[in-house]
Design a protein around this ligand. Sequence first.
Ligand code: ADE
Length: 439
Amino acid sequence: MGDSLMSIILMSLFPLILMGILVAAMFYWYQYVYRRHQLNRKWESSIKMRKPKAGGLDCSDACAIMVDDDGSDSSSTHANNLNHNTEPLPIELDLLVGKGRFAQVYKAKLKQTSSDQFETVAVKIFPFEEYASWKNEKDIFSNTDLRHENILHFLTAEERKEEKQYWLITAFHPRGNLQEYLTRHVISWEELQTLSSSLANGVAHLHSDWLACGRPKVPIVHRDLKSSNILVKNDMTCCICDFGLALCLDSNLSVDDLANSGQVGTARYMAPEVLEARLNLENIESFKQTDIYSMALVLWEITSRCKIIGEVKDYEPAFGSKVREHPCVESMKDNVLRDRERPEIPDSWLRHQGILVICTTIKECWDHDPEARLTAHCVAERLSEIEDEPEKLSSRSSSAEKIREELNGPITMEIPEEEVKINEIQNIIDVDCSVSDKQ
Ligand code: ADE
């Protein structure tokens, strides 16, 4: 009697146990197989959609399709996350392309699950000890509001426990970083416009507290902007990378949190108030103002390699000849604080009306007084006006002369007398940034 009761109970429980096992197996399958397949498919399809464009495949192009016209995210599932699969993505490292303070960057092949094909990606590898830097960059990248054509496109992050490494997988840009690019190339006026306005657009997006669609966004500051942290895409636009020191300026941050974030960045590109460790922690705008100073130095570097300025010297970073290769904070203090030095803008550069606008903008961005600096939004607006309305710059004007004098003092330069027309240069420079920026 007891035995038959037991077997009846077991028989009736059997389907339930079987169901349980089936559900667990399906859950496992979803988590570890389906999601991985999804991730690969998303990456593949994003690349395929851009393939009609001539030229080789550049994963940079994949970024664009992940973003709607208004800059908001168009996809429902976000690759911007930690890869939760137990199995890492099928990636084969190819070539070391960059070495930073915390990590190394490799060109790599991401194999497609459905075929023998692969896509080129960049893999940033952090050693075990640099967990904090990997975590910060992963967290910043995982915020889908960061997506923008001028911000490096992030695919996923992985903890490679066996290798004791942490990985970030992103788009790969064969032209490399801006510093390398400027070292190897003299650029045209059009390329200067594209590089500089896209850089300003990227910083403006980072700093903005609104998305183009009107939804609020948490502003982010980069805190280590420099030409080696900016990549050049195939269309000669920039995208900003290396968010290891970036900071999300969310409203929950206390003054203590901000104070603890310390003096960070690269000494050469540090704003005077960072060098002095006298940042106004009461106001989050002060963090943005330090990025603007660094961006001005990068804009100067880009301008210095443009053939339109006249004689183009070999690439030198800002303060190139004044300090050694990796200057310390103390030597930058001597230059930037004690001597109030800034990179030179020779008069000969200012013969071109567009360069005049760019140099005026640069000067306003590296002002000693952080409050006097332009916002990224204002810089982006000004630079896009030069791009959109080049005819405005086609003739010389007396206002241009006035600006030239304000920049470098009176000069004895041959300027044709027949100049008439427009005050447009003044108008571009006078773009009222006070309302649009202090949003
Ligand atoms: N150097 C650093 N990151 C890179 C990337 N994503 N593509 C190309 N070169 C890089």
